[in-house]
Design a protein around this ligand. Sequence first.
Ligand code: T1G
Length: 690
Amino acid sequence: MSVEVRREGTVAFVTLSNPPVNAIGLEVRKGLSEALDWVNGQNGLSRVILSGSERAFAAGADAREFDADPVAPHLPDIVARIDACETPWVAAISGVALGGGCELALACRYRIASPSAKIGLPEVTLGVVPGAGGTQRLPRLVGLKAALDLVATGRPVSANRAEEIGLIHGQADDPVMLAQHLDLGTIALEVAISTLPKPTANSDAVEGARALAERKMPNQIAPKRAIDLIAASATMTLEDGMAQEREAFLALRRGDQAHALRHIFFAERGARAPDRIKGAEQPLDHVAVVGGGTMGAGIAYALLNAGLTVTLLETDAEGVTRANENVEKIVAASLKRRLISDADAQSHRAKFLATTDYGAAAKATLAIEAAFESMEVKKTIFGMLQTHLPANAILATNTSYLDVNEIAACVQDPSRVVGFHFFAPAHIMKLLEIVEGSQSSDAALATGFALAKRLRKIPVLSGVCDGFIGNRILARYREAADTVLLEGAAPWEVDEAMVEFGYAMGPYEAQDLSGLDIAHANRRRQDATRDPNRRYIPIADRMVELGKLGKKTGAGWYRYPGGAGKVEDPIVADLAIEEAHLAKVERREFTAEEIRERLLIAMINEAADILDEGIAASAADIDLVTVFGYGFPRWRGGLLAYADTLGASKILEKLKSFAQEDPLVWTPSPSVIKCAQEGSSFAQLFGKGT
Ligand code: T1G
């Protein structure tokens, strides 16, 4: 039963029961419709208490149904029936009441929540607008400004905030108990929201919401439509408003952006350990981190924040001091932003030790090496870890691109060695690439997935290649950008083209932030193995030779006079002209569309090779890496979800056209050819578990 009903005296109980989060699918809607029929058949009822589980009142409509035509009974109709029911319904909210869950609560006469409840209308994060009255009932209850705050960004509010704005009437540790014993007169004072007057118009709030949506969610349709609907609630009848809302919801849910956002939502939740390694993980309690620099400190903090004990190993007293300072800096910043409590901070400090004594980590079941990117340094560290940690402890390296197999070869039991590639800042970025060495054991891999779950990160399994999944695609992205730079575009034209696509910033501004020296060191490392027949663009090398390393030196691809915002630098444009002359390249104008095509097709082709070589397991994994590690716009669903909107045939056609300029660099990936020949998408050809 998806909805259970029972009666105790004059009180009826309607309980949603669709684990794990009471998603409101067809069965739940049918159950609610039958519950309403049952309630209407009862005599002498004083109230109906609607509740869910400890974890969720209701997580909203079942988003898995959005690809199909809507099937009655429809949620707005159920909401309207509850709203009109003679016997007052009381929402007793524990856990989350989101989307349709919040709309069900708005149908009730009275709302009580547990102090830890979260309530909201996050529909825009799935590319749609509320579809069961949220944009019309909420403003009538809490006013236009509070409704706009809730709906335009999709951010849920706490029980306290919900009570402040009048979204709920009160809080109780046991909302059902309070609802059952609430004085009837108190409930009788409340009227159905459908009978409330229209909210007062508030053009300042509407304009503020539009500006916020443009800043925070540019290019996205749903936030703008949600704002329109809420603004219209001040002038339209509830019936007209509901009709417009329903029309907008039905139109959006089948659109590209909603499809892409749903894809990422479910791909994120599907990022789990492959069946072949399930259950093999090591217990996680005490973890050693080697290296107290930015990455090591970020990793250590992420571990502490997940309740783990951390021993951070450094080479000397100075390193220990630096590690303590770096970790304390993050603790203090988190405290200041109220992300953690004082008690949390104390617990983190108590569970953290920075030391040069590897013996202090003698009980650690996992070590994560985050030291300098030198193979020799890493081999020394792994030798020390092997000596001092338990024989079954997993030994992970956070290397960004060094060969995990070569590191593994330096320990007696290479099966213990695995790559855990974190992304800076390690305590914030959600992506974790788990790099499977040729001998990595199931225990090593499973421990990586278990760690990701514990740290609430998104794990993606990668094979060993230069740059694994993300950095390999990034290297191709930058190579394509530098090629366009040599052939006629300016760095700012490239950046603008990619920001128009949906990136928060383009590849050149991003490099200025991370520092041009990192990629330069990488290119030097690759000198010995680079294909001599592959065209090499030396502009970035020239930049480093000129000391233009990016923001940290006051100038990189852009100038940063006085540390302020970026300014175009004619020296860089001249450098590209000079290199083009030396390379005998005739420069030309590039349109933004031409720039985007080249950079995106280059990345798609590289990702297709990564799939073809078995480095990544699925197209969805490529999407997770590009969205959660490299800023690919989430509302486009990720690199290969976007590729599937273009179609493999068009991609192949473009590759063949570009190959006329440079056949080596633009060689079509076998996976692109296969998708085009079979008329399949990357998602079909490289689905999970294919
Ligand atoms: N539809 C379908 N499945 C859902 C779901 C949903 N709305 N929410 C969660 N699940 C699944 C999820 O895929 C996972 O499945 C399991 O539940 C546990 O989720 C008409 C149109 C509620 C805060 O946007 O934010 O209502 O992997 O791993 O970390 O106006 O899920 O176990 O097979 O995320 O504790 C609006 C989306 C919908 C909320 C719980 N609602 N969900 O987080 O568990 S549109 C949302 C969440 C709508 C109405 C409109 C989170 C959560 P599996 P989980 P969690």
